[in-house]
Structures are given as structure tokens and as C-alpha cells.
Design a protein around this ligand. Structure first.
Ligand code: AMP
Ligand code: MG
Length: 438
């Protein structure tokens, strides 16, 4: 036994000059995830054109210029409560006098229908939430903290402070304040703020155009029967799903055969239509992998291997004015690399500020094998314990063709370059697929 093993070892060393592959934890031809992201960032330029849209259509879009408020919000000092508006200086504050001041009610002020009266000393005005504070008043006493003494007499004790229950003009937004900056993404609250300022239209960057295609002679459309050796093209569907969740215009260019000239002309066509061209498959070192050579012919390759698993063969570069990202063919690798490299590129193309994706620390409930050198991204199932501590386990088989690991899982487990294995109870970094699952 020992002899045979030794012999085998010698033969491997003596007769095979192996090249680094995805079976090795390190490969000198790869660049790190951080370097890859840095190169993508340095080559990606935001779309220039912007469009003026009604604010509802701006939801999720990126501001192409800053916006200032032309008015104060609120526009006038108004009441935060239903109660009585008074001049604070009228209140008897001397405790020896028994705390009570009586005011004569001279009218009622409603939101949107303010009373046109001046409140003199000793008088009060009944006031509803949102009504303008009447002239002569500076404080509102809550209705529940008053006592009706007579038909028009209201008693108030001394336990109040100046300006109580008054919302001041401009306390939310001051006139001329910047409320949105270029690069900000418009969320539901922004729509409300814009509406409160009477802004009905906004300038946002146009959506980036993203064209994508699958490559592979084995790929069949989902409406056709499978011949021997063929598989259905699933990547175009996951890509569609992931792109549809972003603010981009999508062009689906179908399936391209594993042929240098077909791929070359499909890439040129895509680059003439889109800001970003994405392909899947054909980026490895096989006889039918033409993406890299086609890119070298018609564009500028920047890198083609990243120290990541899954997703090592990823080609990035430019074709004419477009960015090009050649994703691997394996379905899980497509989703992992889309998440880690394509989304930041699209964000930047859209004109948005770079975002740090939030991660949580979770206790691993199982052992994970990993050798230091490259980043590994496992699919996991994370859950939040009653003690507020996240826990995570793997989805099972982690092969880059096991697409159901993405449907079963709810998170990526990010095992960074320096990690060399996880023991039960270790803390690992987890990125949830969908933050609404918390
Ligand atoms: P490739 O990088 O082209 O060698 O593809 C790697 C693996 O992913 C192969 O097993 C392919 O059959 C598979 N694959 C490539 N493209 C697709 C696709 N669009 N849908 C599903 N599987 C694919
Ligand atoms: Mg292929």
C-alpha cells in the first residue's frame, strides 16, 4: 500500500505539469475579490443622461442633481395637539397662589381654517392639531390638561413650559436646505419629503441598459424537448430575475452557440445597444470557451480570474463604450458573482454612491472545510434566535451546479481569504439574500 502510494506520488510529480485550477485554494493567475472590485470600480462610469420625471416614477431611481427646499416645512408655527393656545407669560407660575390661571376662550382655530383673531392677555383660543398658532400666543396646553370652568372660561395649572406643543416654522426642513444630493437613491420617505415641499418632478439619471446572453451548445429553450446531453438554459432566467429587481432596462439576447464568430458578433451587437453586456458560460479554459478570445479581439480585457469559489473564471473588460462582464456558466456561480461583482457595477453605472452591503455575524452550527487563499461563498440558512443571536448552517451540497442551494438558502456565508476552516460555534459572516426576511 505504502509503496503504491509513493509510486503514484512520484508519477504525478514526474510526468504531469499541472496548472492551477479551481481545485487549488490558491492560483497565482487570480486576483483577489477586493482587487477585482477595485478594477471594476475604476473602469465604471455613471451614465451621463438624466430625465425629468413625476416624483412617483422616481422611486428607486438615482438623483442626477441636488435639490433644495424653496419653503419652510412646516410653513407656519402650528399646534402639535388639540388644546388651548395661550401666551405663556399669562400663566400664574407662583406656587403660593395655588397654580391656577383662568383664561377667557375667544374662538376656535382649525387646521386649514385658522381664526383671524389676536389673542390679548388673559385670553385663549381653542386650537386643533395642525392649526396655525394665533397671534399673541406662544404655547399650547393639551385639552386633557385643562378644566372647563364656565362656558368660556378655561383653567390651566402652572405645570407647563414656554413653547409647549408648538411646532415651529422650518423645524423639519429649512428654506434653501439641501434635501437630496446627486447620487442619492429615492425611497418612499423621499417621495413624502418632496411632496411636502410641493415638488412634483425630479431629475434622475436614466436607467442603465443591460444586455445579457447565455453561451453554450448544450443549451435548449424551456419550450423544447431535451435531446441527449442537452440542458435547459436556466441562467437567463436567474439573470432576468436578478436584473428585474434593479432599476435597469433589460435586453435579453438569447442563447449564442459556442463559436468564436457567433460570440464575437453577438458581443459587438450587444455593446452597440447596452451600457453593460453580461454573458454566462464559455469563460474557462475548455476547447469551447471563446469569451476571452472574442473579448481580446474586439475589446479590452482587464482580468479573467478571481480568487473566489464559486466564480473563479470571471472575465471583465470593455467593448467599445460598454462594460463587459463574462460570468461563469455554472448556475450558482452566476448568482454569486452577479451579487458580488455585477450589482456594484450596476450601482455605479446608475450614478449611485457605492454601498457597503450589510452583513451579520452568525454562529455556525456545523463544521465547514475551507483552506486559506481564496474567498469562498457558501449558501446557508440563517435564523435569528430568541437571544438575538444569528445562527447559520449550510444548505447541504455546495457544488456550483446545485442551483437548489440558492432556493433552499436565505443567505451567503462569506468565508474570507484568510479563513482556514470553521468549527461548530465559530462566528461567520453572513449576507442575507433579502433583508426583508429579518
Ligand atoms: P461553461 O463555463 O460554459 O463551461 O459552463 C459550465 C457549466 O455550466 C456547464 O456544466 C454548463 O453546461 C453549465 N451552464 C452553462 N451555461 C448554462 C446555462 N445558461 N444554464 C444552465 N447551465 C449552464
Ligand atoms: Mg460552455
Amino acid at each position: 500500500m505504502i509503496y503504491r502510494f509513493y509510486d503514484f506520488d512520484i508519477k504525478m510529480k514526474g510526468y504531469i505539469t499541472a496548472t492551477p485550477s479551481c481545485a487549488d485554494p490558491t492560483d497565482p493567475n487570480t486576483i483577489s475579490v477586493a482587487q477585482a472590485l477595485g478594477q471594476i470600480q475604476s473602469k465604471t462610469v455613471a451614465v451621463e443622461q438624466s430625465v425629468l420625471l413625476p416624483i412617483r416614477e422616481c422611486l428607486g431611481r438615482i438623483c442626477s442633481e441636488s435639490t433644495r427646499s424653496k419653503i419652510n416645512v412646516p410653513g407656519h408655527a402650528n399646534s402639535a395637539m388639540d388644546g388651548y393656545a395661550i401666551a405663556f407669560s399669562d400663566l400664574q407660575t407662583d406656587v403660593r397662589e395655588g397654580h391656577i390661571t383662568t383664561f377667557k376662550e375667544i374662538g376656535c382655530s382649525y387646521a386649514g381654517k385658522s381664526l383671524n383673531a389676536i389673542c390679548e392677555s388673559g385670553q385663549c383660543i381653542r386650537i386643533m392639531t395642525g392649526a396655525v398658532i394665533p397671534e399673541g400666543c406662544d404655547t399650547v396646553i393639551m385639552q386633557e390638561q385643562t378644566e372647563q370652568r364656565d362656558d368660556d372660561l378655561v383653567a390651566v395649572d402652572s405645570n407647563h413650559r414656554l413653547g409647549e406643543n408648538v411646532r415651529y416654522a422650518g423645524e423639519d426642513i429649512k428654506q434653501n436646505a439641501i434635501i437630496l444630493n446627486q447620487g442619492d437613491k429615492i425611497g418612499p420617505a423621499d417621495l413624502g419629503v418632496l411632496a411636502s415641499l410641493g415638488i412634483s418632478q425630479l431629475k434622475v439619471f436614466r436607467k442603465p441598459i443591460v444586455a445579457f446572453m447565455s453561451t453554450g451548445d448544450e443549451l435548449t429553450s424551456i419550450d423544447k424537448p431535451l435531446e441527449k446531453g442537452q440542458i435547459y438554459d436556466s441562467n437567463r432566467y436567474t439573470l432576468f430575475g436578478m436584473l428585474a429587481q434593479l432599476e435597469v432596462d433589460i435586453i435579453d439576447l438569447g442563447v449564442i452557440q459556442d463559436d468564436f464568430h457567433s460570440i464575437r458578433s453577438a458581443l459587438l451587437d450587444a455593446a452597440s445597444k447596452a451600457d453593460l453586456v453580461i454573458t454566462t458560460g464559455g469563460v474557462s479554459v475548455g476547447q469551447a470557451d471563446f469569451i476571452k478570445s472574442a473579448l481580446e479581439d474586439i475589446g479590452q480585457p482587464d482580468f479573467w480570474k478571481i480568487a473566489i469559489k464559486p466564480g473563479r473564471p470571471l472575465t471583465f473588460g470593455e467593448i467599445e463604450e460598454s462594460l463587459f462582464i463574462g460570468l461563469p456558466g455554472n448556475p450558482v456561480a452566476v448568482m454569486v458573482t452577479f451579487n458580488h461583482f455585477v450589482i456594484p457595477a450596476i450601482r455605479q453605472l446608475s450614478g449611485a454612491e457605492p454601498a457597503k452591503v450589510p452583513t451579520v455575524r452568525a454562529v455556525s452550527t456545523e463544521k465547514m472545510r475551507k483552506r486559506a487563499g481564496r474567498m469562498e461563498i457558501q449558501r446557508g440558512i440563517a435564523s435569528l434566535g430568541v437571544d438575538g443571536q444569528w445562527q447559520v448552517c449550510k444548505t447541504g451540497q455546495q457544488g456550483s451546479g446545485i442551483l437548489t442551494s440558492m432556493t433552499r438558502g436565505n443567505c451567503f456565508i462569506l468565508l474570507r481569504e484568510d479563513n482556514n476552516g470553521v468549527e461548530i460555534g465559530d462566528l461567520v459572516e453572513v449576507q442575507l439574500f433579502d433583508w426583508s426576511q429579518i
